[in-house]
Design a protein around this ligand. Structure first.
Ligand code: AMO
Length: 438
């Protein structure tokens, strides 16, 4: 019999090694690169987050380097020697090295180069290798930081984390971009958003958030759309108006950026990220936005912003307010989903906003209808049958506070933070119209 509860398996501790120059440390890692010199060799180890330089010479090390090449997993012991030229200010003088596992084939990509330098398709086809490249994996370490910053901010501000179902009975966002599936003989769908459930949870938690996949059956291939993405969603009760939601997002983004700066310095450096600075985020109405992008000529037949408009608005915000973000509010009601509350003064526009960042929409949010009769009337005015939404309408039937929230696309935010040209680069294993594997 065996009992668990013993000593934890530790990973290599960079900070501790740095503090203990002259001592011997053990490291388990992948061999990232071997550079053979005439008398010795540089062996660069790749741990889960770091590259650690070591020096091998036959007279300092008990073991031979024979058979140890790029891609091998090893266990080694080395003496920590201060060296300012090495990335962490030290290198290891190898004393022992043993092979744990050796690959069958050499890498088909230049994993040890700073950047892979291959096409997007090759990168995505060979994802399991590509992600071993320090630049590629840093994107996803930073993604972790974005999510952790979001989560920490939400929890500090009284939001409860929820997990809503992804197999659902109806779409929330309207339109044809919904995946259907056979659910024991009934038609079901993959959730287009946690919308109904996050609203429902406001009735009992007041404030909630979720970090979870969202499914969109986008039938076209663009550099900004995925068929599965991660939504950072929140929903909050007792709001006065949608500006309370926008203020919460502004504060959350400030917190998240500070969090990245504090905890993800290494990845920001690898990726050469220039973090945006947020003071206050300017906000214009949809009609003002159309005036701005059309140079005052109007274009009021428009119901939404197109990608060029988003780029133009961000340029405007940068020039006029020194902000890389801009909110656009009061979108035409006709193009917004049925749960969105219309402006009390002008029902042609809705209490709905987008947040644009570096030329791309990264968020949609707004105030929702909380009154039962108002919600039923809105559904009917949009040609929807309230009967089909009976379980969603239960939340209105049994009472809801005034509330609102938003959805932020994780990959879009990371794409723009890092300056990636295609959203697929910000998705570990992207799903698009042509890609279901790897
Ligand atoms: P919306 O449909 O605008 O709103 O989505 C919210 C945010 O999700 C991201 N996004 C996408 N990212 C990658 N690929 C896609 N195909 C994709 N579609 C959307 C964008 C977008 O701003 N329920 C509302 C949110 C709310 O009001 O709370 C919703 O889902 O960054």
């Amino acid at each position: 019999m065996k009992l668990s509860g013993g000593e934890l398996l530790k990973e290599f501790d960079v900070a501790a090694a740095k503090e203990n120059i002259g001592s011997e440390v053990e490291i388990s890692a992948c061999v990232h690169k071997v550079r053979q010199m005439s008398e010795f060799a540089f062996v660069v180890f790749r741990t889960g987050r770091h590259l650690i330089q070591s020096v091998y010479s036959a007279d300092e090390c008990e073991d031979s380097l024979d058979g140890i090449k790029e891609g091998c997993y090893v266990k080694a012991v080395g003496e920590v020697k201060a060296d300012n030229r090495a990335s962490h200010g030290f290198e290891l003088i190898l004393r022992k090295i043993s092979l744990l596992s050796s690959p069958k084939d050499d890498y088909p990509l230049t994993v040890s180069h700073k950047k892979l330098g291959c096409s997007l398709d090759v990168n995505l086809d060979l994802r399991s290798v590509a992600l071993r490249n320090p630049y590629e994996r840093a994107i996803f370490k930073l993604q972790e930081g974005v999510t952790a910053g979001f989560r920490n901010f939400m929890m500090e501000n009284g939001f409860t984390e929820i997990h809503s179902p992804k197999i659902v009975a109806s779409g929330a966002e309207g339109g044809a971009n919904i995946f259907s599936l056979d659910y024991f003989g009934k038609e079901a769908y993959l959730a287009q958003s946690p919308q109904f459930y996050k609203q429902t949870a406001v009735a009992f938690f007041d404030r909630v958030f979720e970090v979870a996949p969202v499914y969109r059956a986008e039938h076209h291939s663009t550099s900004r759309h995925l068929n599965e993405y991660i939504g950072l969603d929140f929903e909050m009760g007792f709001i006065n108006d949608m500006y309370d939601v926008m203020n919460m997002e502004t504060a959350m983004l400030k917190f998240m950026l500070a969090y990245l700066e504090e905890h993800y310095k290494q990845e920001l450096d690898i990726l050469k990220v220039e973090l945006p600075v947020i003071n206050a985020i300017p906000s214009v109405t949809f009609l003002e936005a159309i005036d701005i992008v059309s140079g005052g000529k109007g274009g009021r037949n428009k119901f939404d912003l197109d990608p060029d408009d988003e780029i133009a608005l961000c340029k405007y915000a940068e020039k006029e307010f020194g902000s890389e973000f801009i909110f656009v509010t009061h979108f035409p009601s006709a193009k917004r989903p049925f749960y969105v509350m219309d402006d009390k003064e002008d029902s042609r526009v809705a209490y709905s906003f987008d947040l644009l960042f570096r030329g791309l929409e990264i968020t949609t949010g707004g105030q929702r209808i909380h009154d039962y009769n108002e919600q039923v009337a809105k559904m009917q005015s949009m040609g929807l049958d309230p009967e089909e939404f009976a379980s969603y309408l239960d939340i209105h039937k049994y009472g809801m506070p005034p509330h609102g929230g938003l959805g932020l696309g994780l990959e879009r935010l990371v794409m723009k933070l890092v300056g990636l040209k295609n959203i697929r680069m910000a998705s570990m294993f992207p799903r698009d119209i042509n890609r279901l594997e790897p």
